[in-house]
Design a protein around this ligand. Structure first.
Ligand code: UDP
Length: 248
């Protein structure tokens, strides 16, 4: 069931509804799965619930290391209460190991460890296929200021260090992931905070001992077993998702 009220925004995997108070929104997780700029589409029952529970566990965890984020709390199987922010239209991609689009783009072998953690930026624009852009493009197009981007990169690298350790502790390699940030207006100034979600939909997660993919590549590459893989990530993280919650 989705919340009452007209959606403010509907994306590929989530819907935003007005929240109960000014400055809040309800983020609703759908089961829709898309890949390759939405050329591949399906609905996988239970995916939204698992992403909701996993993200509602990981955002407070990064909050504990001092990263400000938009999550106020999980409300139901598919809903979160979040702070309303102005989303900065940049996808921040962090790569520890080569996989996915960078392999095609730069001729790398999947699974190749990168000598240094790589932070890439993509312009969030589906009609252009989210192109990779440089920091200079971000400034020239006035998408974020140098100070904002430096805060974003700083937070992103701290999140990566923390999450690599967290996942390694549960037998999972954090290959790469995507983050989004937003501007939160406070009484004094504008703060940059982490927004969106952190879930197997936007991370690549490989089992340490078998290299089995436990993320959205199961859908992208028609491997099957997506719900089982996401459920296993939740289980290893100690996130309890009630079995009946995974129904449509
Ligand atoms: N990613 C994402 N949303 C996007 C693009 C990428 O969440 O629109 C995540 C993706 O799940 C992976 C990482 O960012 O964990 C790097 O993705 P890549 O650039 O390899 O893209 P893809 O393989 O999806 O084309």
């Amino acid at each position: 069931m989705s919340p009452n009220g007209q959606p403010l925004y509907e994306g590929k995997a989530k819907i935003l509804y007005p929240g109960p108070e000014d400055g809040t929104l309800i983020q609703y997780f759908k089961d829709d799965a898309t890949a390759f700029n939405a050329q591949k589409k399906d609905s996988i029952i239970g995916k939204g619930v698992l992403n909701n529970y996993i993200s509602a566990h990981l955002l407070p965890a990064v909050g504990e290391i001092g990263i400000p984020h938009h999550l106020l709390g999980r409300m139901s199987h598919r809903e979160q209460l979040i702070k309303q922010v102005e989303i900065i239209p940049i996808e921040v991609i962090v790569r520890n190991v080569a996989a996915g689009s960078i392999c095609k783009r730069l001729g790398l072998e999947e699974g190749e460890k990168l000598d240094e953690t790589l932070v890439e930026f993509c312009l969030k624009d589906d009609s252009l296929g989210d192109p990779v852009i440089a920091a200079e493009h971000i400034f020239a197009l006035n998408k974020a200021t140098p100070d904002e981007l430096s805060q974003i990169v700083d937070m992103t690298l701290r999140i990566n260090d923390f999450m690599q350790g967290l996942f390694f502790g549960i037998g999972v390699r954090l290959i790469d992931f995507k983050l989004e940030f937003g501007r939160l207006e406070t009484e004094e100034d504008i703060e940059i905070i982490l927004a969106d979600e952190i879930s197997p939909d936007n991370c690549r997660l490989w089992d340490v001992s078998t290299n089995e993919k436990m993320d959205k590549d199961r859908f992208r590459r028609d491997l099957g077993g997506l719900i089982e893989a996401y459920s296993e990530i939740a289980r290893r993280l100690g996130v309890n998702v009630p079995a009946n919650a995974l129904e449509a």
